[in-house]
Design a protein around this ligand. Structure first.
Ligand code: 13P
Ligand code: SF4
Length: 331
């Protein structure tokens, strides 16, 4: 086994994933032990693979995870999600160590909003309040007045006086949905999530023709034509609650397929059909390549070596904290 110093060197020299492991390792047992030994807490998003959701201390949507990150009493936060989520946890917890199983677990939506271009866009509209979806980098948050998630976006928009113009970034689909729901005229950044834009309307119509007893439910990062077909639109937590509280027995679910693990656990007797993606892939659904970069092996390695660690410079952290804190106050 490598010592921490050896592991760090190994990472610098060869890259994180090249660390050799003993074969036959029991990841569940080892992770549980590391959690205890290091006073670590594992926070996971609903899009993580089933085994990670099973072993996590807390599983939630983006808002619940940010709220949880403020209240956990642990020395290390192990964030089983994507980079912007772990970064948000670090911004909220400068004195805690925050680690992410794979540093390359990014987000197409966050990537669609580069800070230099966004700063220019914002400067062109100085009278606008800037609302940003939490799926963005710390640099974008630092250029924002208030952050939101899919759970609280309507509430956040409605908290802004009606005569105040709004920039909404980076998700144009969520932005268009909010315009429709609130009647506000917002300037939208042209970003999107590749997972939620992958659903095929033609295949969805075909699927619904054969399952007319199902409710279509969708995440608001999906395109407008998918949202128009949906009986209910909501965040991952919203979708889970909807299925749990509904009298229906069948649902076509338009969001990342990882949600089906918890949904099926909550509703053993109900039939859950993942919404079909445009391109045929292994699961005939839509999976987030970034979310699925985290594995039990990487979770184990990251807890063992406390790497890769999320680091945010103090000046940037303070600027990015303000709009996040504003969101938490309003939620
Ligand atoms: P929520 O967790 O707010 O539902 O967002 C889903 C998502 O795409 C996270 O990356
Ligand atoms: Fe980003 Fe979309 Fe993946 Fe969420 S599902 S992490 S928004 S790419």
């Amino acid at each position: 086994m490598l010592s921490l110093e050896e592991a760090k060197k190994d990472i610098e020299n060869k890259g994180y994933l090249d660390i050799k492991l003993d074969s036959g390792i029991d990841y569940v047992k080892e992770i549980l032990q590391l959690k205890k030994d290091k006073n670590a807490v594992i926070l996971a998003h609903y899009y993580q693979e089933d085994a990670i959701q099973k072993i996590a201390d807390f599983v939630g949507d983006s808002l619940a995870l940010a709220q949880k990150a403020v209240s956990v009493d642990a020395d290390i936060i192990v964030f089983a999600g994507v980079h912007f989520m772990a970064e948000t946890a670090k911004i909220l917890n400068p004195n805690k160590k925050v680690v992410l199983p794979d540093l390359k677990a990014g987000c197409s939506l966050a990537d669609s909003c580069p800070p230099v271009e966004f700063a220019k866009f914002r400067a062109e509209h100085p009278d606008h309040v800037v609302v940003t979806y939490i799926n963005c980098s710390a640099e974008i948050k630092a250029l924002s007045d208030v952050v939101c998630t899919s759970s609280n976006a309507l509430k956040i928009i409605n908290s802004i006086p009606k005569d105040t113009p709004i920039i909404f970034a980076p998700d144009k689909n969520l932005g268009a949905y909010l315009i429709e729901e609130t009647g506000r005229d917002m300037l939208l950044w042209d970003g999107a999530c590749m997972v939620h834009e992958a659903f095929s309307m033609d295949k969805m119509i075909e699927l619904y023709k054969n399952n007319q007893d199902a409710d279509i439910i969708a995440h608001p990062e999906s395109e407008a034509h998918i949202l128009k077909m949906a009986k209910y639109v909501g965040s991952t937590a919203g979708l889970l609650n909807y299925v749990k509280n509904s009298d229906k027995n069948k649902f076509i679910v338009a969001t990342e397929a990882g949600i089906l693990y918890k949904m099926q656990l909550d509703n053993p007797g109900k039939e859950l059909i993942p919404a079909p993606a445009k391109d045929d892939n292994t699961c005939a659904c839509s999976e987030c390549f970034y979310m699925k970069m985290n594995t039990m092996k990487k979770l184990y390695l990251c807890m063992k070596h406390e790497l890769p660690e999320i680091i945010v410079g103090e000046e940037l952290r303070e600027k990015a904290l303000k709009p996040i804190a504003r969101m938490l106050e309003l939620s």
